[in-house]
Design a protein around this ligand. Structure first.
Ligand SMILES: [Mg+2]
Length: 406
């Protein structure tokens, strides 16, 4: 009779990982996870068209209506052996309260491998005041920290845990005010912020087209050019912008309408010239929100933000829904949190790089100055580093406040 081995044949490696001991939330001001928390003179706050631009007093600056009020949320999840995983997103003080006073209970004492159960309890436990927005930002930050901790405990980069790389390098397009300079840096395209919305009438529309025409003349025919409209248009204006932009080869029109206007997006997608794409989703969240976008035919590319849509655990589900429909997933910004996901997915063939230099004239770390070891694209491409977790560290020079404790 064969001897049975002392070790169980189906013993899983994760079964011996230390458990989660403690969850902490801290807040950082100035850059970091809150891209909009920048000093004056930055392109990201230079008369960008917004839904608030119909009020003249809030037209020149997004900070004027409070876009930078939240600041950065850092979530740390500590294991019994002292290993710490962390996640970074937007959410500031109110998200820190939610993490410390509410969500932490679903993690402490749990196995770090239980990210599905943890996510489900965070979402269902906060459903009476959550579902979208700030609460899902907080859930996302916790989820990113759990994946970071799991990678660190296993000694593997997160992208290994998500199925491994499907390509050697990730190509990027650049978002910022200077696509002409981005072309020289090796990016495959450039996405401009739209400056004028419906309140600035035909003069504004003509100025939008003039800027696009100027950039097209500078970058030549084959470089991608896109317009990010940051939810600021109505269906008629967006349609007219798309028609006037078509001769200048606009590749896609992004987030033209309010996130809740699924019907408008479906109409816009039918109205744009053949070959021009409609994209949206950076302010959408969870599988249910993206199911609406997908089933109503709202977009050719969805752009979930992994720090806002529910984290990696939820992005896996959103991406699978899109893949089955032949829709690309090109996550919004988010640096390493996007890179480790995108490199593992066939339907994410390129990624976004947010040009955070004030004049968009050089490649600088996206979450500057919060992270150390943040990888940067070279010639518009990046190989995801093989360091454990998301492969970055918190910069000790950034002051982190802990406004609430549990
Ligand atoms: Mg956008």
């Amino acid at each position: 009779m064969a001897q049975t081995s002392a070790a169980a044949p189906f013993e899983r490696s994760g079964i011996n990982l230390p458990k989660i001991r403690h969850v902490r939330a801290t807040v950082v001001r100035g850059g970091g996870g809150d891209y909009h928390d920048q000093a004056g003179g930055h392109w990201i706050d230079d008369h960008v068209s917004t839904p608030m631009a119909k009020y003249p007093e809030y037209r020149a600056s997004r900070q004027s209506f409070g876009l930078n009020v939240l600041g950065t949320l850092v979530v740390e999840v500590e294991a019994d052996d002292g290993t710490i995983g962390f996640g970074v997103t937007t959410g500031g003080d109110p998200a820190a309260w939610i993490v410390e006073r509410h969500l932490a209970r679903f993690l402490e004492g749990a196995a770090v491998t239980d990210y599905e159960r943890i996510w489900d309890q965070m979402y269902l436990g906060s459903i009476f005041y959550g579902r979208k927005g700030l609460v899902v930002n907080a859930i996302s930050g916790v989820d990113l920290a759990v994946w970071d901790l799991l990678g660190r405990l296993r000694g593997e980069p997160v992208y290994h845990l998500l199925g491994g790389a499907v390509r050697d390098e990730q190509p990027f397009y650049a978002t910022g005010a200077r696509p002409d300079l981005a072309k020289g840096m090796g990016f495959i395209g450039g996405k401009l912020p739209l400056h004028h919305g419906p309140a600035e009438r035909e003069e504004g529309l003509n100025a939008n087209i003039a800027l696009l025409a100027d950039m097209r003349a500078k970058v030549g025919d084959d470089f991608w050019l896109m317009y990010d409209c940051w939810m600021s248009l109505d269906l008629n204006y967006a349609t007219r912008l798309a028609l006037k932009a078509a001769p200048y080869g606009l590749k896609w029109i992004e987030e033209a309408l309010l996130p809740d206007d699924y019907w408008g997006y479906a109409d816009l997608r039918r109205a744009v010239p053949p070959g021009m794409m409609v994209t949206t989703g950076e302010h959408e969240s969870t599988r249910w929100g993206f199911r609406m976008l997908l089933e109503m035919g709202c977009a050719d590319i969805i752009q979930p933000d992994v720090g806002w849509c529910g984290g990696i655990t939820e992005l896996l589900k959103i991406s699978a829904l899109a893949d089955a429909r032949g829709v690309l997933v090109v996550p919004h910004a988010s640096s390493v949190y996007s890179y480790h996901f995108v490199i593992t997915r066939h339907n994410s063939p390129f990624a976004e790089f947010l040009m955070m230099a004030p004049k968009a004239d050089e490649v600088v770390p996206m979450l500057n100055p919060l992270l150390l070891d943040e990888p940067l694209p070279v010639n518009g491409r990046l190989k995801v580093p093989d360091r454990p977790g998301f492969g970055v560290r918190l910069n000790p020079a950034c002051e982190r406040l802990r406004p609430y404790t549990h």
